[in-house]
Ligand binder design. Structure first.
Ligand SMILES: Cc1cc2nc3c(=O)[nH]c(=O)nc-3n(C[C@H](O)[C@H](O)[C@H](O)COP(=O)(O)O)c2cc1C
Length: 200
């Protein structure tokens, strides 16, 4: 089972920290994981040229190019973003838009998707950023999962300066629960029964 984690922050801060926690949990449950720090890569926005419409292949060649294959082979995709103006970062949004190419043939159909969002202490927007991530997965016909243990939608981090989320117990907990639920749902899709997975 392969889980791909994509970090949409342009720095090595809270989002990366929580995504690493999530992927650590996935590994504990036996998954193979890979992290792509998209926020540090050069991924241009979609140009709306329509070049992908017949082929399913984006005509722009940049750091997005190898990510298509990573997304195609993943069983689960975790999108992690800092909250920027109540939504996801521009860096993550550019990646999401560029996967219009994968939607041509619905290449993300029935993959399991989940989200992690980190916002400052006194602001907000984690849930609206997560909602944006969920809409993305639904548009791709993927299956959305959340944190099964709390009422939260997914990984919900509170932190402003890089390093803050190391003390954010709730963020770590919701993130790890979300990762666990992602693995569980993938196992069910792959044919394991509730009985087989109930004790972990
Ligand atoms: C352009 C920008 C917009 C932001 N907008 C919000 C916001 O709407 N709500 C919020 O809670 N925090 C907001 N923040 C704060 C970040 O979400 C916060 O610092 C977060 O920890 C960044 O994650 P990182 O450490 O992974 O980069 C914003 C930060 C930036 C740079």
């Amino acid at each position: 089972m392969k889980i791909l984690g994509i970090c949409g922050s342009p720095r090595e801060g809270n989002t990366l920290f929580l995504l690493e926690k999530a992927l650590g949990a996935c590994k504990e449950f036996g998954a193979e994981t890979e992290l792509v720090h998209a926020g540090l890569l050069k991924i241009a926005p979609c140009k709306a040229c329509g070049g992908c419409k017949d082929t399913g292949i984006c005509v722009q060649k940049d750091d997005m190019t190898p990510i298509y294959d990573k997304m195609k082979v993943a069983d689960g995709i975790l999108l992690a973003s800092p909250v920027y103006m109540g939504g996801v970062s521009a860096q993550l949004k550019a990646l999401m838009d560029r996967t219009r190419a994968l939607r041509i043939k619905f290449e993300l159909r029935n993959k399991v998707g989940a989200g992690i969002a980190v916002g400052g202490f006194r602001n907000g927007g984690q849930e609206t950023a997560l909602q944006q991530i969920f809409n993305y997965f639904l548009i791709q016909n993927a299956i959305v999962v959340a944190d099964e243990a709390t009422s939260h939608y997914g990984g919900v981090g509170h932190g402003y300066n890089a390093g803050d989320c190391e003390k954010d117990e709730y963020g770590i907990k919701t993130t790890q629960n979300t990762a666990r639920n992602m693995i569980k749902v993938i196992k069910l899709i792959k044919g394991e029964t509730e009985e087989e997975i109930k004790n972990w």
